[in-house]
Design a binder for this molecule. Structure first.
Ligand code: PEP
Ligand code: MG
Length: 589
C-alpha cells in the first residue's frame, strides 16, 4: 500500500528508485556496484570472510575457560549457526549476483532485511536474536575490512561509482548520516536520499544539497516505514516521500522528473554568461566547497572563485589523527591550482556543534552532549584553544597562497579580543614560514559574520578585517535561538524573520560604506527566493553550492537593482517581510 512521509525539502527535483536502507552505524560500509566478471570474486570474498569468522568463533569457543558460564558457549554456537544460515549467506549472495552490490553492501542490505523480520517477531527470545545477527555481520564486515587492508579492496571509501550500468536507480534511506559520512556519498550510486533527522541547514543537509540530487531530511519515521528494496519517490521540492507509489502517481512524478531535467539543462547553458544585472551591476557568484576535488564542479558551474572552502571536512573522522601541515598545504594548493587563478577563500577549521571531530550522528550528539554543542567550543573558539594546531593550519593556507589568490576566513568571530589573537597567530605563522624559507603571498583576512554580536558591532569588526562573509545559517540559528540541526524546531528557523533581515542588511550596508567587500555564503545565497532581496540590500557577492549558481544567475540577469532597492525599506519595516516582498517578476514573464 502506498504511503506518504513528510519531511523537509532540502534539494530540488524528483528521484524515483529502490530504497537502500543504511543503518546509521554502518554508513561507512563501502557501497559500489561490481561488474559481472567480478561477481565470483565478491562471492569468494564473502565466503572467505565467513570461513575466517567461523574459525575465529571456534577458537573463542575452545579458549573458553572451564569455569565460563555454559551460556557463553551456547551463544557462540548460535553465532556459528547464524553464520551458516541460508537466510544470511544465500540471500547475501543474491544481492551480489542479481544487484551487483559489493560484498559489504550486500551483507548490510541483508542485515537490514533480517533485522526487520526479527523486530516483528512476537516471541521475546527470538526478537532478541537480532543483536546476535548484528554481531555476526559486524564480525564479517570487520574481517573483510582487515582483508582489504591487506590489499584486496577499499573498504572505508563509500559509494565508488562503477561502470556497471544495468542496475535500477537507487535511493538512500538512513536514520541519520553525520556530515563527514555524507561526503562519502558524493559521486555515489544514489540518485536521491532521505533521512529521519536533520534540519534544513544542518551540515548533513548542506553536504546533501551540494550533491545536487533530490533529498528530504527530518522525515522522522522514514527508515522505519520504508523497507529494503521498496520503490520510493523523493519529492525534493515538497519534502514528501512516497513509498510504493501507484502507477498513476508514479507517472505524474516521472513527468515532473523530465520537466526538471529539461529545466536543469536549460539553466546549465547560462554557466559562462557573466553575472550582470539589467542595470549593469556585476554580481560575483562564487562556490562553496567541502573538498579540493569539488573545485572541478565549481569551475564547471561557472563560479568565479571559491567563496567558502569548509576546511573542517579535512579534519573529521580521523580517529584523533589531525591532518599535518603538509597534508593540509597539499589540499589547499590543489584547490587553488584547480581554480586556475580564481580566488579561493579558505575558512579555518569550523569543528564542533553538528561537526564533531569524531563520527557522531546528530542523535548521538544530542545524547552525548547534554549541553548545547552549538554554543560550545566550536569554530574559532576551538582553534584559539589549540594554538599550535591553529598556527599549523594558517601556515598551510599561507603556503598555498604561493600558487594563486588565497583569502583566509575565520568562522564565528564574536569577541573583539579574538581579533587580536587571530592577528597574532597569523603574524607568528608568517614569521615561522619566513624562518623555514617557505614562500607565500599576500593573503587577505576576513571574518564570518554569523553571531549576532558581530553583526551588531559590525563597524568595529570591519576595522580589523579586509573583508567579511555573512554565514546566514548560523546567524539565523543564533539570532532566533533555533538549533539548525534539530528538525523539531525547524518550523521556527526563519530566514525571513525581521530581526535576521535587519542584521543582514546592517552588515551589508556597513561593509559597503567602509569600502570592505562583503559576501553572503550561507544557504540564503543559493536560494532564489532571496536573490532579489539580497541585491536590494546592496549585496554584490554570493557564495553557494556550485549546483545553485545557474539558477541564481538567471535571477541576477533579470534583476534591476535600482527598482529592487526602492522596495527595500517597506520590507524591512514590515512585520511579515516574506509577504511584503513580492519577488520581482521576470521581464515579460
Ligand atoms: C553559515 O553559518 O551560514 C556558514 C556558511 O557556515 P556553516 O554552514 O559551515 O556553519
Ligand atoms: Mg557557520
Amino acid at each position: 500500500m502506498s504511503i506518504q512521509i513528510f519531511g523537509l525539502p532540502i534539494s530540488r527535483g524528483v528521484a524515483i528508485g529502490r530504497a537502500v536502507l543504511v543503518a546509521s552505524s554502518r554508513v561507512d560500509v563501502a557501497h559500489y556496484f561490481v561488474p559481472q566478471e567480478q561477481v565470483p570474486h565478491e562471492i569468494a570474498r564473502l565466503r572467505s570472510a565467513r570461513d575466517a569468522v567461523a574459525r575465529e568463533i571456534e577458537e573463542l569457543k575452545s579458549d573458553l575457560p572451564a569455569e565460563a558460564p555454559a551460556e557463553l558457549a551456547a551463544l557462540l554456537d548460535v553465532h556459528l549457526m547464524l553464520l551458516h544460515d541460508d537466510t544470511l549467506s544465500d540471500a547475501t549472495k543474491l544481492w551480489i549476483e542479481q544487484r551487483h552490490y559489493n560484498a559489504e553492501w550486500a551483507l548490510s542490505a541483508q542485515l537490514e532485511v533480517l533485522a526487520r523480520q526479527f523486530d516483528e517477531m512476537e516471541d521475546d527470545y527470538l526478537r532478541e536474536r537480532k543483536a546476535d545477527i548484528e554481531q555476526v555481520v559486524e564480525r564479517l564486515l570487520r574481517q573483510m575490512a582487515s582483508a582489504s587492508r591487506g590489499g584486496v579492496a577499499p573498504v572505508h571509501h563509500l559509494s565508488a561509482q562503477s561502470d556497471f550500468g544495468g542496475a535500477e536507480p537507487l535511493v538512500l534511506v538512513a536514520g541519520d548520516v553525520a556530515p563527514a559520512d555524507m561526503l562519502h556519498f558524493k559521486r555515489s550510486v544514489f540518485t536521491g536520499f532521505v533521512t529521519d533527522v536533520g534540519g534544513r541547514t544542518s551540515h548533513t543537509a548542506i553536504v546533501a544539497r551540494s550533491m545536487d540530487i533530490p533529498a528530504v531530511v527530518g522525515a522522522r519515521e522514514a527508515s522505519r516505514l520504508i523497507r529494503q528494496d521498496d520503490w520510493v519517490v523523493i519529492d525534493g521540492d515538497a519534502g514528501v516521500v512516497v513509498v510504493d507509489p501507484s502507477p498513476i502517481v508514479l507517472e505524474e512524478y516521472r513527468f515532473r522528473q523530465r520537466q526538471s531535467e529539461l529545466e536543469r539543462a536549460r539553466l546549465h547553458r547560462l554557466r559562462h554568461t557573466p553575472g550582470v544585472t539589467l542595470d549593469g551591476q556585476p554580481i560575483e557568484l562564487l562556490a562553496n566547497i567541502e573538498l579540493p576535488g569539488d573545485a572541478v564542479a565549481a569551475l564547471e558551474a561557472g563560479a568565479v572563485g571559491v567563496g567558502l572552502f569548509r576546511s573542517e571536512f579535512l579534519f573529521l573522522n580521523r580517529g584523533g589523527d589531525l591532518p599535518g601541515e603538509d597534508e593540509q598545504y597539499e589540499a589547499y594548493r590543489d584547490a587553488v591550482l584547480a581554480m586556475r587563478g580564481l580566488p579561493v577563500t579558505i575558512r579555518t577549521v569550523d569543528v564542533g556543534a553538528d561537526k564533531p571531530l569524531e563520527r557522531m550522528s546528530a542523535q548521538e550528539l544530542r545524547h552525548e552532549h547534554g549541553l548545547n554543542p552549538a554554543l560550545g567550543l566550536r569554530a574559532i573558539r576551538w582553534s584559539l584553544s589549540e594554538p599550535g594546531m591553529f598556527r599549523q593550519q594558517l601556515r598551510a593556507i599561507l603556503r598555498a597562497s604561493a600558487h594563486g589568490k588565497v583569502r583566509i576566513l575565520v568562522p564565528m568571530v564574536a569577541h573583539l579580543d579574538e581579533v587580536r589573537q587571530i592577528q597574532e597567530a597569523l603574524a607568528r605563522a608568517r614569521a615561522q614560514l619566513d624562518e623555514a624559507g617557505h614562500a607565500y603571498s599576500r593573503v587577505e583576512l576576513g571574518a564570518m559574520i554569523e553571531v549576532p554580536a558581530a553583526a551588531v558591532l559590525i563597524e568595529r569588526f570591519l576595522r580589523h578585517f579586509d573583508f567579511v562573509s555573512v554565514g546566514t545559517n548560523d546567524l539565523i540559528q543564533y539570532t532566533l535561538a533555533i538549533d539548525r540541526a534539530d528538525e523539531a524546531v525547524s518550523h521556527l528557523y526563519d530566514p525571513w524573520h525581521p530581526a535576521v533581515l535587519s542584521l543582514l542588511e546592517r552588515t551589508i550596508r556597513a561593509s559597503r560604506s567602509a569600502g570592505k567587500p562583503v559576501c553572503v555564503c550561507g544557504e540564503m545565497a543559493g536560494d532564489v527566493a532571496f536573490t532579489e532581496l539580497l541585491l536590494a540590500m546592496g549585496l554584490r557577492s554570493f557564495s553557494m553550492h556550485p549546483a545553485r549558481i545557474a539558477a541564481v544567475k538567471q535571477r541576477v540577469l533579470r534583476a534591476d537593482t535600482r527598482q529592487l532597492e526602492a522596495r527595500l525599506s517597506g520590507v524591512l519595516e514590515s512585520d511579515d517581510p516574506a509577504a511584503a516582498w513580492v519577488p520581482a517578476r521576470p521581464l515579460g514573464g
